[in-house]
Structures are given as structure tokens and as C-alpha cells.
Design a protein around this ligand. Structure first.
Ligand code: SF4
Ligand code: SF4
Length: 216
């Protein structure tokens, strides 16, 4: 792989839940709208879950901090592009899930139709893979077509607040460290999740229990 590949950095302290990233993902990848009719679930979060045509979803969570103050936190959910991807390890055929040489992106191919959906979904620690009506499995592709041509992933390009960054993995890890040091006074519980294991680095301002990190 070229150097250490690429990574996303999500800085949740800058995210205001506009969901431009959700829309840009759908637009660039030509993903159809959800068929389910939206209804009031007591949250602005919509749709309620990832799907074969929903590869990015911004989760909302309201919770009380230990000091009694209210937390209203947002975090973008999608494939983490794991460094040693458990979904790939669980695959029966080595060419159904591949690793992009240039970026390290984990890619589901047409050949995922031959895999056990249950096995691949259960292997994912983040409950990301979804099966399409055509029988193949789907999730975020890191916009490798754009990245190979020197462009940012569509979601990163669309983010108006600077909450989404993308670049060389070593650089993103360094940016995350600098950001943690800079915000420590305002956000004493700030942390970066699973930084050694994933290419979607998530920087949380509050403690992890105050975010909804997956559907359900
Ligand atoms: S988050 Fe899940 S689907 Fe994505 S690479 Fe990791 S194991 Fe595979
Ligand atoms: S586009 Fe940026 S600010 Fe808007 S929801 Fe996505 S990450 Fe948050």
C-alpha cells in the first residue's frame, strides 16, 4: 500500500448535524431514496438505519451528563474501513472483499453475492454491511474513484463546518492529536476512538456513552 494509505477524521465538536454528508453520499453514488415513509420517532435523525442505499447516517443523541447538564450530540456513522477488516477475514472468497492498494479502503465487490450475509454482518463490530435487492452487500466505498483522481470523498467535500477531514493516514492521526490537545480545556473527556484499528477516526468531545454510535 502507498505509505500508510488514507483516513477520514470526524471532529464531532464541529458537527452541527446539517447532514450535507448524507446527501452528498447519495448524490455522488447515485443511491435511491429510502422507500419507507418517514414518521416522527422523537428525533431529527432520519432515516432510522443504514441500508444498501444509505451508506452514511448522522446519529443524534440527547442525554444527561453526570453534572446534570444536557448533551445533544451528533456523530456520523458509516464503514470504518478497518485496518485488518473483520468482514474480509470472515469472507469465504478472497476476491469478494478487497483492499484498495492506494488508500486502504475496504471494498465490497459484486462477488459479495456469493457470501453469507449473516456471517459478514455479524463479523463487523460496527454493524455496517447491508444486503441489496440484487443480493450483493453494500457500504461506504471511501469514494475511491474520486480519491484516485485527487478529489476528496463527496461527504468531506460537502461538509460546511470542517467536521470532516480526509488525507494521508499519518497526517490525519497527527491532526487528531493536535485537535485533542487544543480542545482539552473545553472538552476534558475528548477522545479518538479505535485510532489504531480504523481509517474513520472519530474524535468525540463528550464521553462515548453520550453518543449514539450505531443504529437501534
Ligand atoms: S466497519 Fe465493518 S464493514 Fe467496514 S471494514 Fe470494518 S468490519 Fe468491514
Ligand atoms: S456535513 Fe459535516 S457538519 Fe454536516 S452533518 Fe455531516 S459531518 Fe456534521
Amino acid at each position: 500500500m502507498a505509505d500508510n494509505g488514507k483516513s477520514f477524521l470526524i471532529d464531532t465538536t464541529k458537527c452541527f448535524a446539517c447532514r450535507a454528508c448524507q446527501v452528498a453520499c447519495k448524490q455522488w453514488n447515485g443511491l435511491p431514496a429510502e422507500k419507507q415513509v418517514p414518521h416522527n420517532r422523537g428525533t431529527y435523525e432520519n432515516p432510522p438505519d443504514l441500508s444498501y442505499s444509505q451508506w452514511v447516517l448522522v446519529h443524534f443523541m440527547e442525554a444527561e451528563r453526570p453534572d446534570g447538564s444536557l448533551a445533544w450530540n451528533f456523530v456520523r456513522n458509516s464503514c470504518r474501513h478497518c485496518v485488518d477488516a473483520p468482514c474480509k477475514q470472515a469472507a469465504k472468497y478472497k476476491d469478494s472483499i478487497t483492499i484498495d492498494e492506494q488508500t486502504g479502503a475496504v471494498l465490497f465487490t459484486e462477488k459479495t453475492k456469493r457470501e453469507s450475509y449473516r456471517k459478514i454482518r455479524e463479523a463487523c463490530p460496527f454493524d455496517v454491511p447491508r444486503k441489496g435487492p440484487d443480493g450483493r452487500l453494500y457500504k461506504c466505498r471511501m469514494c475511491v474513484d474520486r480519491v484516485h483522481n485527487g478529489e476528496l470523498p463527496a461527504c468531506v467535500k460537502a461538509c460546511p463546518s470542517g467536521a470532516l477531514l480526509f488525507g494521508d493516514r499519518d497526517e490525519m492521526l497527527a491532526v487528531a492529536e493536535r485537535r485533542l490537545a487544543a480542545i482539552r480545556g473545553q472538552y476534558p473527556d475528548a477522545t479518538v476512538l479505535d485510532r489504531r484499528d480504523v481509517r474513520l477516526l472519530i474524535l468525540l468531545g463528550d464521553r462515548e456513552s453520550l453518543y449514539k454510535l450505531r443504529a437501534g
